[in-house]
Every structure is written in structure tokens, then in C-alpha cells.
Design a protein around this ligand. Structure first.
Ligand SMILES: *Cc1c(COP(=O)(O)O)cnc(C)c1O
Length: 254
């Protein structure tokens, strides 16, 4: 994919208008800041360059090879978020991207170990979010959420493992992809967002005594909210929203 980074003024304006509209909606939803991560999967590198030239630095991708290809040709101060599922045979490729800012979808000890092994040459720890399957849908990745009666769970085991055995990974937060139905019903609190917040509270409770563990809920970020539901997510305390279609338009079929 030897792609050109050149964009037309029209396209740049369109992208800039879209991202500014999304930023305004975020600001109107809440007085404290929330990170906006444009999700550029299946969109050309020139779109990313146009937003980069307008000052945007965080971007997210869903396919690891596509992210690696884009990272190679785009400026190296972009802070990449990987939001797709990472097969274990691709952990090394992910770890080799020097400006990967956060892997948002960590959900196994196996992948944590493979990343740790591949990260020895990195100078700063790689941030990770643990992915939680808040809606319980079979088609969604992520580990089961926690409740106030939880005493353990896969999420706790993975959190412990990152803290105790992966010195080059930093446990930065939790991530969920909400159910489609809930994201299109904005009349009530979104159950996926409520669940992610509850899970964070319980995870902090269950990890507290481990050296280096987050001590306060605020020590863990929440990545929740997409094009259909980011306003609600911001109102409900999201730290980072992942917005694709609203900024870049419809995606081509993969
Ligand atoms: C594609 C994608 C997004 C962006 O989705 P839109 O509905 O286009 O905003 C967000 N998060 C993840 C994990 C994605 O794969």
C-alpha cells in the first residue's frame, strides 16, 4: 500500500468541519475534557494526514497490518490506538510500532506475555486497556464484567498479571464496545457504560493491594462511546471516545 499522503483542500475542509462538530458536541456534553480518537480504519492515510495537519494527534485503527502500514508513512508523533482484536501471532507486529500509544483490546494473559516479550527494546511502557464484554454478546470480544459481589474473575487475573509480570505494559484503563440497540436508545442511561463504570470500581477494589495497582477509580481511564453514542458516553464519564463514521463518512466494505 504505497499510498499518497496528498489530500484536496475540499476533503481537508470536510474532515475539519466534521471533527470540529464532534468536538463541540463533546464540549457541550461535559465541562471537563474527553479525548477524541478518530477511528480511521479503511480510510486513506491522506485523510489522517489532513487531520494531522489541522493539529490532531491521536488516531485509532482496527486492523493491525493496516495500522503498521499507515504508521510507517505518517508522521511519527501520531499517537496510535489499536482498537481491533489482536491475534497472538500479530502481537510482535503491534509491539514493533514505536508510536503505538495504547492497545485498547487486551483480553488475554497469552497476548500480554507475547507483548511483554516483544517490547524489550521500547523505551516507554506500552499502555493497555483491558477490553470488557459489557453486553455479553457472543460476537464481542473482551472479558466478563465484574459486580460488587465479585471476588475474582478473568479480568482480575489479567490485571494482576499485567501489574506483576509485565513491567513494560502499563494498565491505563478499560474499554467496551456497547451493544448496537443501547447505543441507539439515548433516552435512558446506557447499560454498557454503567457496566463499565461498575467494573472499574470493582477492579480497583480487587487489585488495590498489589504493588503499583490503581488506587482510585480515576486512575483508570474508560474508553467508551462511538459515532452513535459518544455524547451519552461523555455525559456518563468516558475518558476517550472512538469516533469513525461521524468524522470520515461511511467506510468501504472490508
Ligand atoms: C470502527 C470502530 C469504531 C468507530 O465506529 P463508528 O461507529 O464508525 O464511530 C469505534 N471502536 C471500535 C472498536 C471500532 O472498531
Amino acid at each position: 500500500m504505497a499510498e499518497s499522503l496528498e489530500y484536496t483542500p475540499q476533503r481537508a475542509q470536510e474532515l475539519k468541519d466534521n471533527i470540529e462538530a464532534v468536538q463541540r458536541e463533546i464540549q457541550n456534553a461535559r465541562s471537563t475534557s474527553c479525548r477524541l480518537v478518530p477511528i480511521s480504519k479503511l480510510k486513506p492515510a491522506s485523510d489522517i494526514k489532513a487531520l494531522y495537519d489541522a493539529g490532531q494527534r491521536h488516531f485509532g485503527e482496527n486492523y493491525i497490518q493496516e495500522m503498521a502500514d499507515k504508521a510507517r508513512i505518517l508522521p511519527n508523533d501520531i499517537q496510535w490506538h489499536f482498537v481491533g482484536s489482536l491475534q497472538s501471532n500479530k502481537a510482535k507486529l503491534a509491539a514493533s510500532i514505536p508510536n503505538l500509544y495504547v492497545l485498547e483490546t487486551l483480553s488475554s494473559i497469552k497476548v500480554a506475555d507475547l507483548l511483554q516479550k516483544s517490547l524489550v527494546e521500547r523505551t516507554t511502557p506500552l499502555n493497555v486497556y483491558l477490553q470488557v464484554n459489557t453486553s455479553g454478546e457472543d460476537a464481542k470480544s473482551g472479558l466478563p464484567p465484574l459486580t460488587s459481589s465479585s471476588t475474582d474473575g478473568e479480568l482480575v487475573d489479567l490485571g494482576k498479571h499485567v501489574l506483576q509480570s509485565c513491567p513494560d505494559l502499563k494498565l491505563l484503563g478499560l474499554m467496551t464496545i456497547g451493544a448496537w440497540e443501547a447505543s441507539h436508545n439515548t433516552d435512558m442511561p446506557n447499560p454498557d457504560f454503567t457496566c463499565l463504570k461498575d467494573t472499574r470500581r470493582q477492579l480497583v477494589r480487587l487489585l488495590k493491594d498489589i504493588p503499583g495497582a490503581p488506587q482510585e477509580e480515576e486512575d483508570l481511564e474508560l474508553s467508551m462511546g462511538m459515532s452513535a453514542d459518544f455524547v451519552q458516553a461523555v455525559k456518563e464519564g468516558s475518558s476517550s471516545v472512538r469516533v469513525g463514521t461521524r468524522i470520515f463518512g461511511q467506510r468501504p466494505a472490508k
